[in-house]
Write a protein that binds this ligand. Structure first.
Ligand SMILES: [Zn+2]
Length: 226
């Protein structure tokens, strides 16, 4: 996504974020594979866990479905569907992730502002990240500042999305841990492992936000030098 050769040495500021992103990917994969092999003692499935959490929160209009890809778990606020990659699994990883996704459904039901904002800017952010680099390239080729400014604006939308994602994700994980404990759905030991899975996932969002913000800085410093 970045242009190291045209950008010159300023791309070096991305290296720490790139390192963090690679480390975060490794952490999330290794933690997930480790805890997807350990079952919780109660043998409650991920789907049952999500359902119980939703019902306790008074939410009855969210559908729980399976999704084929691994680590593709998500809550879809537009259709009120909670999709789990391993709904029938009783593993610590699957149950922890299910509780996290239920946390997003609770955010939605309670009108949690950052989630609403994120949902609103998703199409803008997708549009922005597709257009940003073609615009910046056009700006450099035609030496036209309007394209550069439009490119920077488009990329800022993508950066904004990665930043607004952080409070949404941290809050969903916090809700997951609190609820699992309050409802005694897992033991204290299991809860410690759930926290490891969720914090590994959170790190990937931090890395993505750092990467996007630094790319924006790099583009800004590059366009100023011109
Ligand atoms: Zn999430």
């Amino acid at each position: 996504m970045f242009m190291p050769f045209v950008m010159g040495p300023s791309f070096l500021i991305l290296l720490p974020a790139l390192g963090l992103a690679i480390y975060a990917q490794y952490r999330v994969k290794s933690t997930y594979s480790r805890y997807s092999r350990v079952s919780i003692a109660s043998r409650t499935t991920a789907a049952q866990t999500a359902k119980q959490i939703l019902e306790r929160a008074g939410i009855y209009d969210v559908t729980i479905q399976g999704v084929k890809r691994a680590l593709a778990d998500h809550y879809d606020p537009r259709n009120k569907v909670l999709r789990l990659s391993a709904p029938e699994s009783t593993s610590i990883a699957a149950v922890g992730v299910a509780a996290h996704e239920a946390g997003h459904a609770i955010q939605h039901a309670r009108g949690y502002r950052p989630l609403a904002l994120r949902t609103t800017i998703v199409p803008l952010a997708n549009f922005g990240s597709q257009l940003a680099f073609p615009l910046l390239f056009a700006g450099m080729i035609f030496r036209h500042p309007t394209f550069i400014t439009a490119g920077i604006f488009a990329f800022s939308l993508a950066v904004l999305f990665t930043l607004i994602t952080l409070p949404v994700e941290f809050d969903a994980s916090r809700k997951a841990v609190v609820t699992l404990r309050e409802m005694a759905l897992v033991t204290e030991d299991e809860l410690g492992s759930v926290k490891k899975v969720l914090s590994a996932a959170a790190l990937t969002y931090v890395a993505a936000a750092a990467m996007a913000a630094l790319q924006l800085l790099m583009i800004l410093s590059f366009s100023r030098r011109r």
